[in-house]
Design a protein around this ligand. Structure first.
Ligand code: BG6
Length: 487
């Protein structure tokens, strides 16, 4: 029985281009879909939550396109990682990070998505960024697409609903494989591929009022993403045979509210529809039979092309990956108390405490998740995201005392260690938001995940200076001792 992490276990940190990079008018970048998400610093907590999963409309989209500014569109400035990555990576090196996960901004490589030639300045940026990671002894975990696509692919083609997006995406991937392929250790073609169902603008770039049959459109888009995922794997076999390519979901671990059989069934179906549908396709290579019934009952129609089934079957992922923030409860009782969460609102678990944003904190659920996924697929797992979004205070002496974050990380890493002892093969753990970034859901700066504090507020004001939080030193010690010393 293995009792601790191997020496080559990859402790790391993760961010995404849309939430961190900023510099939306630099380096030949095109406007992307996340740039257009509106935020108002005057919103109350409730308004921020309401706007978190709001559907994109034509009016919101066009208004943003004609009046993009840094004050109301925080994804235009991020934390200016694009201009500050050199110093940020130095801090990560100081922490001893073994792997760094970020995403590639499609609109830096192909500003309009359908351009004939790639933008060399964008490619150079990633060459420099990833070379610097390696110089600092960090492996690179690259997400090819973390929500943001060039807006032209929405205005001209209607987003992922259009199968042409698969070709544009593949062209983008080919350029990446040919130019930065050797610099990337792990690839994720899509961040949280199930997000398309739970936040269709983020995940599959749909504008709700432009769809006659929204649900069918969502699953059509998802089919195209599954095809793009399989084609990426096929392309890697041709030109980058050593590539490690993973599939990722936002994992909504779900427990039955009671032992009433109907609650247990509800929990199984929630797991199937929200989680396993996606991982079954990417790891087993076929649409699961329970979804055929679901599509029939919901009258969902998906157009598949000849050869799609074979393509999916022959091109499955090397590893599975997921984000894990909280767990949920399934109940047939429609009056069961509810609770907030990542991408979804679900039922409350009376045994768990929640974060200030209402996400139910469940470290044991991480061990459960790891066991469930490993049992089902028997391929290595990579925890691509886990962390605590909290409000932090920068003290006068420029310290940040975030003991609550240390507790969260300690308890989750402890459970990960238990899963290793259970025999689960885990490649690594990239804690989310290693440095404070703009929140993806609520688009605010005040929901912070980092072990590095960024001096920036919800209005986009601040010095952009970086400061080490108490959790920085804690994580540094955790990494140095291979997860042995978690005190
Ligand atoms: C994940 C996303 O779903 O959750 C990240 O991949 C996101 O982009 C993270 O930031 C945490 O969510 P939030 O809304 O707190 O930023």
């Amino acid at each position: 029985m293995q009792t601790g992490f191997d020496d080559d276990f990859l402790f790391g940190g993760a961010i995404s281009s849309a939430q961190a990079d900023g510099a939306y008018q630099q380096g030949g970048k095109g406007v992307d879909t996340q740039n257009l998400r509106y935020f108002n610093a005057g919103w109350t907590r409730e308004q921020r939550d309401e706007n978190r999963n709001i559907n994109m409309t034509t009016l919101r989209f066009d208004t943003a396109l004609s009046g993009l500014n840094t004050a109301n569109y925080p994804f235009t400035h991020g934390i200016d990682f694009y201009n500050r990555y050199h110093d940020d990576l130095a801090l990560m090196e100081e922490m001893g990070l073994k792997v760094f996960r970020t995403s590639i901004d499609w609109s830096r490589i192909f500003p309009n998505g359908d351009d004939n030639e790639p933008n060399m300045e964008g490619i150079q940026y990633y060459i420099k960024l990833f070379d610097e990671c390696h110089q600092k002894n960090m492996k690179v975990f690259a997400t090819i697409l973390h929500y943001n696509i060039p807006v032209n692919l929405v205005t001209r083609y209607g987003g992922w609903k259009n199968r042409k997006l698969v070709d544009f995406y593949l062209k983008f991937v080919r350029v990446l494989f040919e130019t930065i392929g050797e610099r990337v250790d792990f690839w994720l073609p899509f961040n949280e591929i199930n997000a398309g169902k739970f936040n269709p603008y983020n995940g599959v770039c749909l504008i709700k009022d432009q769809e006659k049959d929204y649900d069918s459109a969502i699953f059509q888009c998802l089919h195209h993403q599954f095809i793009a995922n399989a084609l990426t794997i096929r392309l890697a076999k041709e030109i980058l045979p050593q590539a490690q390519i993973g599939g990722m979901i936002a994992r909504f671990t779900t427990y039955p509210a009671t032992c009433k059989p109907e609650d247990v069934l509800e929990s199984i179906q929630t797991e199937q529809y929200s989680n396993y549908f996606y991982t079954d396709i990417m790891a087993r290579g076929e649409y699961p039979s329970y979804m055929e019934r679901y599509f029939k009952e919901k009258n969902i129609k998906i157009k598949k092309a000849p050869g799609d089934e074979k393509l999916l079957r022959e091109n499955t992922v090397n590893f599975l990956s997921f984000s894990y923030y909280m767990s949920m409860v399934a109940s047939t009782d429609r009056n069961w108390a509810t609770s907030s969460g990542n991408l979804v609102t679900g039922n409350k678990n009376p045994y768990l405490k929640a974060s200030d944003w209402g996400w139910q904190i469940d470290p044991v659920g991480l061990r459960i998740t790891l066991n469930q996924l490993y049992d089902r697929y028997n391929i290595p797992l990579f925890i691509a995201e886990n962390g605590l979004g909290a409000k932090d205070d920068l003290e006068r002496d420029l310290s940040v005392h975030d003991s609550y974050r240390i507790d969260y990380l300690r308890e989750h890493i402890q459970q990960m260690k238990e899963a290793v002892a259970d025999g689960v093969k885990i490649i690594g753990y990239t804690m989310w938001g290693i440095i404070d970034i703009v929140s993806c859901g609520t688009i605010e700066m005040s929901k912070r995940y980092g072990v590095i504090y960024v001096d920036l507020d919800d209005e986009g004001k601040g010095s952009y200076q970086r400061y080490k939080k108490d959790s920085f030193y804690w994580y540094q010690k955790c990494i140095r001792t291979h997860g042995q010393d978690l005190d």
